[in-house]
Ligand binder design. Structure first.
Ligand code: CA
Ligand code: CA
Ligand code: CA
Length: 216
């Protein structure tokens, strides 16, 4: 057991020892971003994960990143090339420095309109054959507000036109589609947590339920 003020290298060496006083934090815990920052500062970016696999909130990558942002928008030097917050469900792809493409093409993320709505949606194939070029932007977006007018485009629906529109040698692959579900990945299971606080008694109770979605 190490002193709480011991150097981080000493704490790392003692991680998991008998009678240890360490706490495991995951991407949905408030201390996760702070721990990343400490390791970045004191371990030259070397982060040693205790385990992998956890239930997380959708777009947790953004939440972690935002916790590290200061007023100037900096991430306190935490390398944007790090992969620790990039995953299939993080909604953030630090390798390319941008948002996961499906979040944009689903309309769930837009810097131009300050939209970020990380929701899981099985979506519809209708937009791929509707004659509207959703991929061209909001002016040609077939998903118009009620009462609006959709702009029909002759260059719409590239995902089914039989041509290699992006010249990558593959015809009508996923990246040529006008739209996309916000998350292209199956969710194997969901976890719901209920927390009840009794302020008078000073107690906090938590009930956790897990439901498998595999086979659905
Ligand atoms: Ca379309
Ligand atoms: Ca192609
Ligand atoms: Ca095509």
């Amino acid at each position: 057991m190490t002193d709480k003020d011991a150097p981080i290298a000493q704490k790392l060496a003692a991680a998991g020892e008998r009678g240890y006083d360490d706490l495991i934090v995951g991407p949905s815990d408030p201390g996760y971003a702070v721990m990343l920052k400490i390791f970045e500062d004191e371990q030259n970016g070397v982060i040693i994960p205790a385990s992998t696999g956890a239930f997380v909130d959708l777009s947790w990558g953004f939440r972690v990143r935002n916790q590290l942002r200061n007023a100037s928008g900096s991430t306190y030097g935490l390398s944007p090339s790090g992969s620790i917050w990039g995953s299939a469900l993080s909604g953030f792809e630090p390798i390319s420095g941008g948002v996961i493409d499906s979040m944009v093409r689903s309309g769930k993320f837009s810097t131009a309109f300050s939209v970020h709505q990380p929701t899981f949606d099985t979506f519809s194939d209708y937009y791929e054959s509707d004659g509207n070029a959703q991929a061209s932007g909001i002016s040609e977006n077939g998903m118009v507000p009620y009462g609006g007018t959709a702009v029909v485009s002759t260059t719409a629906d590239h995902g089914i036109d039989g041509g290699d529109n992006n010249s990558n040698g593959v015809i009508d692959e996923e990246s040529e589609r006008d739209t996309s579900p916000p998350y292209r990945y199956a969710i194997p299971a969901i976890q719901i947590k209920l927390r009840v606080q009794d302020a008078t008694a000073g107690t906090l109770q938590e009930l956790s339920m897990v439901h498998s979605l595999q086979g659905n």
